[in-house]
Design a protein around this ligand. Structure first.
Ligand code: NDP
Ligand code: 8X3
Length: 253
């Protein structure tokens, strides 16, 4: 029987999640990989060792029923999740609040907030009864540093930050750890999604600068998981060297 630890990575079909899946698979971990794009999940499963190593769970994390069903249908040998990486998420649009598509706001809340919250709730009872586990949330610098057009995306990541801190408060006295990683500008499919496949606009985000890579975040997750059990990194804000906060804005007419 394979007793290697199990990591569940939401949103493993691209970006941070995919890089994290590759890294942990290489180290012999068993994986549960999620996302909506089944074909990508299947290719990754084949590449990373097949069904005994990698369990596919294909569902839309913004759908409560689908999420609950996906957890209920996990094969028995994949039920004892050691690490949950709450990574699936997205930004949609960069318009000022008065000009956004209200549907985009709903989707960000349903995905970044409700999806993350539900996966945490579904995994926690098992971790609590085993008195073992690690939840790694992918927040963002956007949760700390609001910017024009960030509106609901920034707010959704502020939720992730506060939820992570509150989980720590609830889990005091257990061996369950929680970390909120807050990356800055990272080159993934993030901007293609944000700008709805407008490649030119997406490319501009990474033009003439050195962004973080998905591998940087995967390496960070690997480091966190391998820290000693008595140590909990609460929050990690990680920016590219070529990114910093700006001054407060003043409008003058
Ligand atoms: P990508 O767009 O490359 O990857 C996003 C992943 O999330 C995909 O696997 C996608 O899978 C999954 N996902 C999105 N919506 C859903 C959904 N409704 N149901 C299931 N899965 C979903 O972006 P990143 O890797 O950059 O983003 C990962 C996380 O990191 C996000 O939470 C993002 O907000 C955060 N982040 C990103 C930064 C960046 O600059 N790139 C910086 C800071 C934080 P699929 O489409 O197959 O469903
Ligand atoms: C992604 C980073 O600055 O585009 O969370 O919001 S940013």
């Amino acid at each position: 029987m394979n007793t290697n630890p199990i990591i569940m990575i939401t949103g493993a079909t691209a970006g941070f999640g995919e890089a994290c899946a590759r890294l942990f698979a290489k180290a012999g971990w068993r994986l549960i990989i999620t996302g909506r794009r089944l074909q990508r999940l299947q290719s990754l499963q084949t590449e990373l060792g097949g069904a005994s190593q990698v369990c596919i769970s294909c569902f839309d994390i913004s759908d409560r029923q689908a999420t609950e069903q996906a957890f209920a249908e996990l094969p028995e040998e994949f039920q004892q999740i050691d690490v949950l990486v709450n990574n699936a998420g997205l930004a949609l649009g960069l318009e000022p609040a008065y000009a956004t598509d209200p549907e985009d706001w709903e989707r960000m809340v349903d995905t970044n907030i409700k999806g993350l919250m539900r996966c945490s709730r579904l995994v926690l009872p098992g971790m609590q009864s085993r008195d073992r586990g690690y939840i790694i949330n992918i927040g963002s610098v956007a949760g700390n540093w609001p910017y024009p057009g960030g509106n609901v995306y920034c707010a959704s990541k502020a939720f992730v930050r506060q939820f992570s801190l509150a989980l720590r408060a609830d889990l005091l006295g257990t061996q369950i750890r929680v970390t909120n990683i807050e990356p800055g500008n990272a080159e993934t499919e993030f901007s293609m999604v944000r700008f709805k496949a407008d490649e030119e606009r997406a490319d501009k985000v990474y033009e003439n600068t050195v962004a973080l890579t998905a591998q940087d975040i995967a390496d960070t997750i690997w480091w966190l998981v391998n820290t000693p059990a008595h140590m909990n990194v609460t929050t990690m804000e990680i920016m590219p060297t070529q990114q910093a906060t700006g001054p407060l804005a003043i409008y003058r007419d």
